[in-house]
Ligand binder design. Structure first.
Ligand SMILES: *[C@@H]1O[C@H](CO)[C@@H](O)[C@H](O)[C@H]1NC(C)=O
Ligand SMILES: *[C@@H]1O[C@H](CO)[C@@H](O)[C@H](O)[C@H]1NC(C)=O
Ligand SMILES: [Cu+2]
Length: 129
């Protein structure tokens, strides 16, 4: 019996297997609503306490678009409530989804004073495997 007799080459089998593994991994990704029912708002900075985040998990930032925004920052930006106005991508759809990478992930609202009032997140995501 040749490989072609069932119409499926080894390469195709490998590709299908990788596809299944990817589907499984995606199945394990968790979607978190930041701040739970309150959403992305003031004093949300303590919301991550007690949760175990993994690389690939999704953070859903839900808020009224005219009142807040979401900016991914680094540790300095998080600590000092600063964004790099040239490089920063400001998300302001009101329904922004961010995928966590392994290690630290930092987000703030860049509207004046909001980050200082606890509208900031520091999340340590561990390996997805
Ligand atoms: C944030 O939490 C502090 C301390 O609990 C509280 O005094 C303050 O009013 C809260 N701010 C908002 C905007 O909810
Ligand atoms: C993030 O978590 C990992 C695993 O628990 C730990 O080794 C690492 O030090 C943490 N990183 C920070 C910046 O806290
Ligand atoms: Cu804000």
């Amino acid at each position: 019996m040749g490989e072609g007799s069932r119409g499926c080459s080894m390469v195709e089998k490998v590709v299908f297997c990788l596809f299944l593994v990817q589907q499984l991994k995606m199945g394990y990704a968790t979607i978190y609503n930041v701040g739970d029912e309150l959403g992305w708002t003031f004093n949300v900075s303590s919301w991550p306490i007690g949760k175990n985040f993994h690389a690939g998990d999704i953070l859903a930032f839900n808020y009224t678009p005219s009142t807040h925004n979401v900016v991914e920052v680094d540790k300095v930006g998080y600590n000092w409530c600063l964004i790099n106005p040239i490089e920063a991508t400001v998300h302001h759809s009101g329904k922004d989804q961010m995928k966590l990478v392994e290690g630290m992930n930092y987000y703030i609202c860049s509207l004046p004073g909001h980050c200082q009032m606890g509208m900031k997140l520091a999340i340590n995501a561990t390996s997805s495997s």
